[in-house]
Design a protein around this ligand. Structure first.
Ligand SMILES: [Zn+2]
Length: 249
């Protein structure tokens, strides 16, 4: 993790209510200020992760998301606005985040994660948050995070269900241990409410805050499944696959 950075008086005032958290404190806030976090896709899930991290005072966000805002993004992509229709998603995200927190450093990359950028973008971050809807991108982020020894928070959703886990390379199983192959029925577009993506986004942001500041218990090695239709939340242990193509052997 990067070096903590000392706070200004203005920052101490801004983050006062969270600094009151006993096992976080000013030392935790300084760690957030020193940290860089990569968020892959800043749509329904990643946009809320980024918004919460901006509010919490993370030092630097690297946002990767291609394409322009479409009308059917607006039910859940809370960093996008009606005025932003037809314009760059990642620029909309940058503008909204900067309005909330002008101290925040933002690297807005108008690309999705691919073979050509994954290594470099993961290399720039202390923690990686994967919010991509495609297994190809999730597997790439997982591979780079494992190779570069960076903690990865993986967020996913479908309909009213959500999954969340934290991968700590060398300590926990990885995403390919959980999903050795892309599930055959997976679809790029799926039913979802913004309240579902927002729930998972907030949970994912809390995982990042705990990883960076070093307090509380994360979902390392466990999968949290949330069913918001029935309001059931469960945690299960993830087992390592000795033959995992990414972290095995
Ligand atoms: Zn693995």
């Amino acid at each position: 993790m990067a070096e903590p950075r000392p706070l200004t008086d203005e920052e101490r005032q801004t983050y006062e209510w969270q600094i009151w958290t006993a096992d976080f404190g000013e030392a935790g806030q300084e760690r957030l200020k020193g940290a860089s976090v990569l968020v892959s896709r800043c749509g329904g899930l990643g946009g809320v992760v980024a918004y919460q991290l901006a509010a919490a005072g993370i030092g630097r966000l690297i946002l990767a998301h291609a394409g322009n805002v479409r009308p059917n993004d607006l039910n859940r992509q809370l960093l996008m606005t009606h005025e932003g229709l037809g314009k760059s998603r990642v620029e909309s995200a940058r503008r909204r985040l900067q309005e909330l927190n002008p101290r925040l450093e933002i690297d807005a990359v108008p690309e999705n994660i691919s073979e050509s950028n994954a290594g470099r973008l993961v290399g720039e971050a202390d923690v990686v948050v994967d919010c991509a809807p495609l297994f190809e991108e999730r597997f790439l982020m997982n591979r780079e995070a494992v190779q570069q020894n960076k903690p990865l928070v993986d967020c996913a959703m479908y309909d009213l269900e959500a999954h969340l886990t934290t991968i700590v390379p060398g300590k926990t199983p990885c995403l390919r241990c959980l999903y050795p192959e892309k599930p055959p029925a997976w679809r790029r577009e799926f039913p979802v409410f913004g309240a579902v993506s927002g729930t998972v986004g907030c949970l994912g942001a809390m995982e990042v805050i705990k990883l960076v500041a070093g307090f509380g218990e994360t979902l390392a090695g466990e999968l949290l499944t949330c069913d918001l239709r029935e309001m059931t939340f469960r945690k299960m242990k993830i087992n390592r696959r000795p033959d995992c193509p990414t972290c095995g052997g």
